[in-house]
Design a protein around this ligand. Structure first.
Ligand code: GDP
Length: 440
């Protein structure tokens, strides 16, 4: 996420590092580079200029009042201003209404259908919410099928009416269906066109007027930079939407949309999409995003993601197994699956402070566990619970079955053995002593 921008900002802010104080000259030099970095990231010219002007004013004004080094001070000011530019505090969605009606808008391919599913899944996990997805694309039958596939995947009901060519009527019938069937949130996925056109705007505006949603969300592909901002403007003029959803932030996004959109339409970014999977959704926190842009990582989100996947009952079961020396490959596989649910590896590494910069040239395999999973899947149930029985001929068979080499099988077995020993140690007195030592 934003690798290029992060790198350039880092370089720009480095200019001040060797200086003892902030001066008009070194601030101007730094900010020239900051502005260039923002423009390269496809931030609107006017916004970039205003941004650097504000930073300059603050930097020169704060000069005498702080004990921070000039470099640190500048990072802090840039971070605060970036946070402000992206909206200040996080803004939640309005879940009032019985049911809450959420209308999705945006161009075709922006990620509306995927995000509708992600949002339904996100709300469903809040236990008190029972969402219904409604398919209102009357032009592409495939889009309706796609929403059904998504619904099946996350076990959320989908309302559609394939023969019907009136999206307003479908949306209304969907809401009625939700009321009859005890759904307290209705998410309406609408048709998108390849570019903004009048017919599309009239259609979405008609749906909006007829159903009076509590939330109207505008979904936009963050890869499209300033185009994203222009499209947002066009939709906002017609819909006066409540919030923006930025998708595809896992890709090689330059960052312009994330930085500019709030100040152009004056509507908050509410969620971001960081992958194709249903779990790849995050609440948008401007301050955390500013940290990430400045290469400071985002530990808070990392911990939150881990907590979301953490199942206390499972953890207890696991602890018992480890204590009894019964931790097998099936348990290991479950752990891997939990980590994978947290997001793609590149994204996770980017949340560790400094790691993004350190590992920018390392090719992090999106499916880093592919081989390990294949090897475990090629084992028999007996082998998984009791790896000690895996002899040379079994290793050969497992290697063949998983498309890996005997060396790779050996490596995994060795690592697993070491891990088991370590876990056993952590469980015993040594682990407790270690933990206590760490606390002090
Ligand atoms: P719609 O036409 O607006 O409904 O867009 P879709 O939901 O069909 O998404 C278009 C494409 O973008 C699909 O291939 C999705 O898998 C992909 N997509 C959606 N959101 C994300 C995201 O956050 N990250 C990535 N990498 N791909 C996404």
């Amino acid at each position: 996420m934003f690798n290029n921008l992060s790198e350039k900002l880092d370089k720009a802010l480095h200019v001040l590092k060797g200086h003892g104080s902030i001066t008009e000259v070194n601030v101007a030099e730094t900010l020239k580079e900051v502005r260039r970095a923002l423009l390269d990231a496809d931030v609107n010219f006017k916004i970039a200029k205003e941004f650097t002007n504000r930073v300059k004013e603050k930097a020169l004004g704060a000069n005498v009042l702080t004990t921070l080094q000039p470099g640190q001070l500048m990072v802090k000011i840039v971070k605060d201003e970036l946070t402000e530019l992206m909206g200040g505090d996080a803004t939640g969605i309005n879940l009032s209404g019985a049911p809450t009606v959420i209308l999705m808008s945006g161009l075709q391919g922006s990620g509306k259908t995927t995000f509708s599913g992600k949002l339904a899944n996100f709300l469903k996990s809040k236990k008190t919410k029972k969402p219904l997805l409604v398919a209102c694309d009357v032009y592409r039958p495939a889009a309706v099928d796609q929403l059904h596939v998504v619904g099946d995947q996350i076990k959320v009901d989908v309302y559609s009416d394939k023969g019907n060519t009136d999206p307003v009527a479908i949306a209304q019938a969907g809401i009625a269906h939700a009321k009859e069937n005890g759904h307290n949130v209705v998410i309406i996925d609408t048709a998108g066109r390849l570019a903004v056109d009048e017919a599309m705007m009239t259609e979405i505006s008609n749906i909006h007027t007829a159903i009076q949603p509590q939330e109207t969300l505008f979904v936009v592909d963050s890869m499209t930079g300033q185009d994203a901002v222009n499209t947002a403007k066009a939709f906002n003029d017609v819909l006066n939407f409540d919030g923006v959803i930025l998708t595809k932030l896992d890709g090689d996004t330059r960052g312009g949309a994330a930085i500019s959109i709030k100040s152009v339409v004056n509507k908050p970014i509410k969620f971001i999409g960081t992958g194709e999977k249903m779990e790849a959704i995050d609440i948008f926190y401007p301050s955390r995003m500013a940290d990430r842009i400045l290469g400071m990582g985002d530990v808070v989100s990392l911990v939150e993601r881990a907590q979301e996947q953490f199942d206390e009952q499972e953890a207890r079961k696991l602890q018992k197994k480890i204590a009894k020396n019964q931790f097998g490959f099936d348990d290991f596989l479950k752990q891997i699956q939990q980590i994978k649910k947290m997001g793609n590896m590149k994204d996770l590494v980017g949340m560790i402070p400094g790691a993004g910069k350190m590992m920018k040239d390392v090719d992090i395999d999106d499916d880093a566990f592919k081989h390990i999973e294949a090897i475990i899947h090629s084992m028999t149930v007996k082998e998984r619970t009791n790896p000690a029985i895996i002899n040379a001929s079994r290793k050969k068979r497992i290697g063949k079955g998983s498309g890996t080499s005997v060396q790779q099988v050996n490596q995994l077995l060795k690592q697993f053995d070491q891990m088991s020993k370590m876990m056993k140690m952590m469980q015993g007195g040594k682990g407790k002593a270690m933990m206590n030592a760490m606390k002090n």
